[in-house]
Structure formats: structure tokens, C-alpha cells
Ligand binder design. Structure first.
Ligand code: PMV
Length: 359
């Protein structure tokens, strides 16, 4: 048919939590039992790039991931929440030259969408590929339909319904996810930038791809078993996380790497302890992950100061935070112990928290 096709592309980075989200308060709204905070990574190596197209000539909504069509994706609840959530905030599309209205805001909903997304890193290996993926989906849809927020942070409440951690990938720098819950529709469960990407330009993230296999327990199923069975998780949510949130936000703002690193490692360790405290237990770290932990503690002890801090998400891959002046040292140390990582080992000297939110 002769209906026009409208098309936009956006990219979004991944993020690495230093205080972890683990446990849902409300499965329907995809909201957490505790606040969390993360560093948004540079888009040089780890990002999702998503193209969204809309047309009256499309017969149904379709989705491709890394070039392969996902059958039935349009009925997926997360996909629907993101696409319909942004569609609800659409505005008129106006021809910039003539001022003519090309698409009335209410007409976007009559069109179907075709979405194509690429990841530049291992999917589902605990490198928060879903965070970048849903953030890029929301961003591409935002651009496509010229969406406008009704209140600050609203886009992040939409990305959150795709994947919890995705809400934090909409902003650069150091980003908190405030759990919310004062509003019945959880419209206050949203991301908030604590410091932007220019605040602490010396911080670096070195990523060790220990394994690029798909993780065995998805975060959704892991969380629900942990919520049902772990006493440690209850203790963590009630007594630990809010203190740590306050302390780590202060440390990041003060560029206090010692405190930032200690809190990051302690929270990674407590998250994985919670996984072990889950019944049946969940193991995300493998022996290589654990050996990296030992080496980094030995390195910090040798240096007489904290120069490196590890954190692990729902998979065996290590993210090592360090400062620009130690990144070569940390890189050399890792290469010495893990020469076999070769190609998988990502340590870009430019790598940091400098984020282009959406290109
Ligand atoms: O956003 P999800 O559902 O993939 O869960 C992310 C969970 C962790 O990565 C382990 C922690 C976090 O806060 O990102």
C-alpha cells in the first residue's frame, strides 16, 4: 500500500548495579522490594541499538532480536508495556518545513510497529543486556512518536516494566532506582540521576567476560524463589539497603573510591549470599569469578589502598571498577592470570561513565 513508513533509531547503554535490585514487590508492575543504584557504562562496547518503524500498512507488531524474528513477541507483556506505554504519550508529528501535521497523536495507535534490536554483547550472561535492550526500545519508540513525559521520570517507569534494571539505563552517570510504592499504580517507582557522566570522569569499568553462555536462572524466576525462601533477603531489604544507598551516593558525589569500592563489593557479596540462601540455592558465580575476587583483594592489600572493586550480577562475569591511573595495572594483572580471555577481555582506556544517552 502507499501508506508512509515512519522510522527512528536509538541506542542505549547497559548499567552495572553497585547496590543490587533483587526481589519484586509487585510482579504486575515490576517493582522492587528495595532501592538500587548503578553506574551507566559507555556505549563504546556495550549497548543495544534499536530501530522502531510504524505504518498503517504493517499488518501486525513484529520484533527481531539480532536479526532473528521473535515469534509471538507482540503478545509479550513486557514488550506491550513498553510499546503501549510510550504510544500513550505520543504527540502530533509535524513537517518541520511546511508545518503540516503528518500524523495526529491519536493516529499513531492505529499503526503497527516493527522493531529491530541488536546487542553488542553476550545476551543473558549477566551483563544486563535486558537493561540496554528495553531502554533502547523505549528510546526508539519515544523518538518515533515524539513522546512527551507528563512528569519527570515517567519514561523510566515504562522502561521498568520491560526490565527493572532498564529504568536506570535511561540516564548517564550514577543512577538510582527509587522503589516507590506511595502511588497505587507505582508511578513513583522510577529512576533518578544521582550524578551525571561528567561528575567523576576518572572512574573506569573493566569487564571480564568469564562466560558468554546464557545464565541458567533468569532474574525473574531467581527473584521469586529468593523472595519466597530467603531470610537474608528480608533482612537485607529491611535493614541493609537504605543505609548503603545513602552511604554510596555520598561516596560517589565525594569521589571517595575507597568507600564506593567497599560498598560495591559488600553489596555484590550480599546479593550472591542471598542467592545461596535461596532454597534451592542459585549459583551465578563460578570458580573463575571467585578467583578474580581473591586476586583483587590480594591486589588491594598489596597496594595498601583500595584500587579495584568487583561486582557480579546474575552471571559469572566480573565488572571491576578502578580509577584511570590504575586501569593499566588492573588490566595487566588480569591478563597475567587470565591470558586465555584474550578477545573477551574488554578494557577500553576511554571506558567510563561517559554516556551518550540516546544517539
Ligand atoms: O532487571 P532484571 O530483571 O534483569 O534484574 C537485574 C538484577 C541484577 O542485575 C542482579 C541487579 C541489578 O540491580 O541490576
Amino acid at each position: 500500500s502507499s501508506s508512509p513508513i515512519y522510522i527512528e533509531t536509538a541506542s542505549a547503554p547497559t548499567n552495572i548495579a553497585t547496590i543490587k535490585y533483587w526481589g519484586k514487590a509487585d510482579a504486575k508492575w515490576n517493582t522492587p522490594i528495595n532501592d538500587s543504584v548503578s553506574v551507566t557504562l559507555d556505549q563504546a562496547d556495550l549497548k543495544a541499538v534499536t530501530t522502531a518503524a510504524a505504518s498503517l500498512s504493517f499488518e501486525k507488531d513484529r520484533l527481531w532480536l539480532n536479526g532473528v524474528e521473535e515469534e509471538g513477541a507482540a503478545e509479550n507483556k513486557r514488550f506491550r508495556a513498553c510499546v503501549d506505554g510510550v504510544m500513550a504519550l505520543a504527540t502530533d508529528k509535524v513537517d518541520p518545513k511546511t508545518g503540516e501535521v503528518l500524523v495526529k497523536k491519536e493516529d499513531w495507535k492505529k499503526m503497527h510497529v516493527h522493531i529491530s534490536s541488536y546487542n553488542t554483547f553476550p545476551t543473558a550472561a549477566g551483563l544486563a543486556s535486558s537493561a540496554a535492550g528495553y531502554a533502547a526500545l523505549v528510546a526508539a519508540m519515544m523518538f518515533l512518536v515524539g513522546a512527551k513525559e507528563e512528569y519527570p521520570g515517567q519514561f523510566s517507569t515504562i522502561a521498568r516494566q520491560g526490565s527493572g534494571s532498564a529504568c536506570r539505563s535511561l540516564y548517564g552517570g550514577f543512577v538510582a532506582w527509587r522503589k516507590g510504592g506511595d502511588k497505587p499504580d507505582w508511578s513513583d517507582s522510577m529512576a533518578q540521576q544521582v550524578a551525571d557522566e561528567n561528575h567523576w570522569p576518572e572512574i573506569r569499568a573493566v569487564i571480564m567476560v568469564v562466560s558468554d553462555e546464557k545464565k541458567d536462572t533468569s532474574s525473574t524466576s531467581g527473584m521469586s524463589t529468593s523472595v519466597a525462601t530467603s531470610e537474608l533477603l528480608k533482612h537485607r531489604a529491611a535493614n541493609v539497603v537504605s543505609k548503603r544507598m545513602e552511604a554510596i551516593e555520598k561516596a560517589f558525589l565525594a569521589k571517595d573510591f575507597e568507600s564506593f569500592g567497599q560498598l560495591t563489593m559488600a553489596d555484590s557479596n550480599q546479593f550472591h549470599a542471598t542467592c545461596l540462601d535461596t532454597y534451592p540455592p542459585i549459583f551465578y558465580m563460578n570458580d573463575v569469578s571467585k578467583s578474580i575476587i581473591r586476586i583483587l583483594h590480594a591486589y588491594n592489600a598489596w597496594a595498601g589502598e583500595l584500587r579495584s572493586a568487583y561486582t557480579y550480577d546474575a552471571g559469572p562475569n566480573a565488572v571491576i571498577f578502578t580509577l584511570d591511573k590504575y586501569v593499566v595495572e588492573v588490566g595487566a594483572l588480569m591478563l597475567h592470570y587470565y591470558p586465555e580471555f584474550g578477545e573477551n577481555y574488554i578494557s577500553n582506556p576511554e571506558f567510563g561513565t561517559k554516556i551518550k544517552e540516546f544517539k
